[in-house]
Design a protein around this ligand. Sequence first.
Ligand code: FES
Length: 67
Amino acid sequence: MIVCQCRVVTDRDVDAALADGARSVGAVCRSTGAAQDCGSCIFSVKALVQQHHERECAHLRADGAAS
Ligand code: FES
């Protein structure tokens, strides 16, 4: 799915940036080029970063519950 029409950034590009260590919306945008033109995609990028962090937290909680 294309997240940023201006720079043709996909949700997979955002996931790759997060997997490579980007930890903030700004870092993801700098890494992928998203939100560097019209900026209308910033809310979609924020949502993907939020979803990623929520998955990480759920994973950590599950690991903590198992130990
Ligand atoms: S849609 Fe991302 S900068 Fe325009």
